[in-house]
Design a protein around this ligand. Structure first.
Ligand code: CAO
Length: 440
């Protein structure tokens, strides 16, 4: 039985393309056109189909690898020596043959769009994932052509299927599992309300009460809405409130203004909060965790990456700053300025928004004395920052004017005990109140 190496096709010149899914396992017997891997550039996700039927003898890549045209993907024991198209050359070693195979139905166009709030490795990119064979109602789901084909054959509405692939991509097994669920009478949810057993909100014809118009939500807003609902319904939230005394910090920050201007960075409160949160995550590592996929384990993180929610024109996004605990204030201010600009320009890549351990969401510039932020799963805690104000504080003998920053810490009570959160929060407000402590 001839062995063939299936290689990466022509990706329109893109090099170092990320493997985001390996759809096969060694020993799988596959039919022609079944997807073997999914590759993702910043512009497109591409399913590479088999140009012939065969049995997988070896897999040459894994999720996260970077590959370029001609790199081997899988070794196949072919049971059908017919090529993908005309059949003249051996398609398995011919990148051009693969190129043709992916160029039509297997390329799912996707602009380099950033992710919304609650975005992580398991959250899909914002962009509508359109394929040549997508149906009207299934355009906004994140699934490749082979999965869409299967869904069509089985009469499944992909909007109802929960994707468990990388960035919540819907896989074939998700579709099959969905069908099983319906057939066994465990009725699949048609809406979040049905799922939670909550009575649905009745539809209202608003035009009965006055003039209205309806604007289609952007894909980012739709995904943010879905992620917020998912996080709100899945996570038992607790929110604690406290004020941090930033009187001294503000004096220090203002003293640094001239130097910040010279360095060309804007030194707002956020870089200070990043430093303080990083120190708190190191001091109270019980907060720097996630619940693992089966809900049975706590994943402890030995790195400190922190996301900051940015209100961008396209919607809410959470770019992530890496290794915050190892960076100084100036570097954080510069990086935060850059990443915020990227978010506002719609230039964030999915990578810019992945890997966060904790999120800061600041409405300080907008006002308000407090709010309850929603945890950005799979993170387990988020800090909400409101508007600082001068307030009278009793110092034991008199009221003195102090500048207080209202903070709210929401956390996933499955992962974090109240006492751990309390210790984390007290440490955080203490450090913000006296940032010299960051040196200790
Ligand atoms: N208290 C009082 N004033 C504040 C403040 C606070 N907590 N934070 C900011 N300000 C004021 C300051 O006067 C600041 O100017 P100076 O530092 O020069 O004096 C001014 O607001 C402008 O701040 P900014 O918005 O430019 O910068 P920032 O670093 O504070 O915030 C960002 C940046 C990206 C966090 C913010 O612009 C943003 O997009 N926030 C929205 C986040 C959001 O929507 N979260 C979701 C909430 S619901 O889940």
């Amino acid at each position: 039985m001839a062995k063939q190496i299936i290689v990466v096709p022509d990706m329109g010149g893109a090099e170092g393309v990320e493997v985001i899914d390996v759809c096969v396992a060694v020993g799988d017997s596959l039919e022609k056109e079944e997807s073997i891997v999914v590759l993702e550039t910043d512009k497109a996700s591409v399913e590479v189909p088999l140009p012939m039927a065969g049995k997988v003898a070896d897999i040459k890549v894994k999720v996260g690898d970077s590959v370029s045209e001609g790199d081997p993907l899988v070794e196949l024991e072919s049971i059908e020596l017919e090529s993908a198209d005309a059949g003249a050359d051996s398609p398995s070693t011919d990148a051009a043959a693969n190129t043709e195979a992916v160029a039509e139905p297997n390329v799912a166009k996707e602009s380099a769009m950033p992710e919304p709030m609650a975005t992580t490795e398991t959250t899909p990119p914002q962009a509508t994932h359109q394929t040549a064979d997508s149906t009207v109602d299934q355009r906004d789901v994140y699934a490749g052509p082979a999965v869409r084909k299967l869904a069509r054959e089985m009469g499944v509405d992909l909007n109802q299927v929960i994707g468990t692939g990388l960035r919540s991509r819907i896989t074939k097994s998700n579709v099959k599992e969905y069908v099983k669920t319906v057939l066994t009478g465990r009725q699949a949810p048609s809406s979040l309300s049905d799922n939670a057993g909550i009575p649905p909100i009745p539809a209202v014809d608003f035009s009965l009460f006055g003039e209205v118009d309806v604007q289609e939500m952007s894909s980012i807003k739709k995904l943010t809405a879905a992620n917020m609902s998912r996080n709100w319904l899945n996570i038992p939230h607790v929110t604690q409130f406290d004020n941090a005394d930033i009187t001294e910090l503000e004096i220090f920050r203002k003293d640094l203004k001239a130097e910040a201007d010279k360095r060309g960075v804007k030194l707002t409160l956020i870089p200070f909060l990043l430093k303080a949160c990083a120190a708190a995550l190191r001091t109270e590592p019980t907060v720097n965790v996630s619940i693992d996929a089966d809900g049975m384990g706590i994943v402890r993180k030995h790195y400190v990456h922190i996301g900051v929610a940015v209100d961008a024109p396209a919607g809410l996004m959470v770019p992530v700053l890496r290794d915050v605990d190892n960076k100084g204030l100036w570097q954080l201010a510069a990086e935060f300025g850059e990443i915020t600009q990227k978010a506002r320009d719609g230039k964030l890549t999915p990578k810019d928004m992945q890997g966060g351990c904790f999120t800061i969401s600041s409405l300080g510039a907008m006002g308000g004395t407090g709010f309850t932020p929603i945890v950005n799963a799979p993170e387990v805690a988020i800090l909400g920052v409101s508007k600082a104000a001068m307030q009278p504080v009793w110092n034991g003998s008199e009221f003195v004017p102090r500048q207080l920053l209202p903070l709210a810490l929401s956390y996933d009570h499955r992962a974090i005990n109240g006492s751990d959160a309390g210790r984390f929060f007290t440490y955080l407000t203490t450090v913000i109140g006296d940032i010299r402590r960051l040196l200790l």
